[in-house]
Design a protein around this ligand. Structure first.
Ligand SMILES: C[S@@+](CC[C@H](N)C(=O)[O-])C[C@H]1O[C@@H](n2cnc3c(N)ncnc32)[C@H](O)[C@@H]1O
Length: 253
């Protein structure tokens, strides 16, 4: 009898943000194939008899190729094993789950998706701002700031529009180019921007700036997301930290 594959979101890092369903399938799995971004605390939940393998990769370069990961999922499930494919955040947000689900469907393997807290929502919680505050925004866009080779570059004109909060995943460290592209696409220099590094971890950092001042923003440790939009103005003005100051927020014990 074939096993089943669980494509699971591990959330942004804090073990307390893992869903109960994720914890259950994690503890019952025979094999766990995980990404780089999954925190040590979460990996520590695996039992001694469970096979744990890091299949992390960055933009298809290092580690295990997407094709190999797909084959591993199918092979283990065909052997009758229950497999957890553990990804940071939510597995369906910039997580290549689409390719894995296609492979599983083609291989006739049963699978389930267990959602997780995506980085954008963890960052919104960190800065205590509603990404869709009805006074400032009627939509939120999750966009990748980084394109892998062979994929189209982000069309910022299609992203920038009124009453929109933009969350840029993988914003990179070239803030000058990014700011220039955002300005060219129509964002004004005084649009608030907040970088959130390692949201929902003990190393969480928050840096408030504007699109105009983004080129001079402090370089924060990856992973980071960049939040942009008028809805952030209130957060910047109502918090004790002055604009441009990097704030360290310890997780409550
Ligand atoms: C390949 S994407 C995976 C996204 C993930 N599936 C999610 O839903 O959050 C990796 C990017 O997610 C963002 N990210 C993931 N975890 C983060 C965290 N704890 N804090 C800030 N950004 C994070 C960063 O932009 C990072 O470069």
């Amino acid at each position: 009898m074939k096993g089943k594959v669980y494509i699971v979101g591990a959330g942004p890092g804090d073990v307390r943000l893992l869903t109960l369903r994720a914890l259950t399938v994690l503890q019952q799995a025979d094999v766990i194939l995980h990404d780089d971004l999954v925190s040590e605390e979460i990996l520590a939940l695996a039992g001694p008899g469970q096979r744990l393998r890091n299949v992390g990769k960055r933009c298809g370069k290092a580690g295990t190729s997407q094709g190999e990961i797909n084959s591993l999922l199918i092979r283990h499930a065909t052997e009758g094993l229950n497999v957890v494919r553990l990804k940071g955040g939510d597995p369906l947000v910039f997580g290549r789950a689409g390719e894995e689900m296609d492979a599983l469907r083609a291989g006739g393997i049963d699978f389930e998706v267990v959602p997780g807290v995506t980085a954008a929502l963890a960052a919104g919680a960190a800065v205590k701002v509603s990404l869709t505050d009805r006074r400032w925004a009627s939509q939120v866009i999750f966009v990748s700031g980084h394109s892998c080779a062979g994929h189209p570059r982000t069309d910022w004109r299609a992203v920038v529009s009124a009453r929109t909060t933009i969350v840029i995943y993988m914003p990179g460290q070239n803030h000058g180019t990014l700011a220039a592209e955002l300005r060219e696409a129509g964002l004004s220099a005084d649009t608030p921007a907040i970088l959130v590094s390692r949201a929902a971890t003990r190393e969480e950092r928050i840096y408030r700036t504007t699109v105009g001042d983004l080129p001079w923003a402090q370089r924060l440790s990856a992973p980071t997301v960049l939040l942009i939009g008028a809805t952030l103005r209130e957060a910047a003005e109502s918090t004790p930290a002055p604009v441009h100051e990097c704030v360290e927020q310890e997780l409550s014990k």
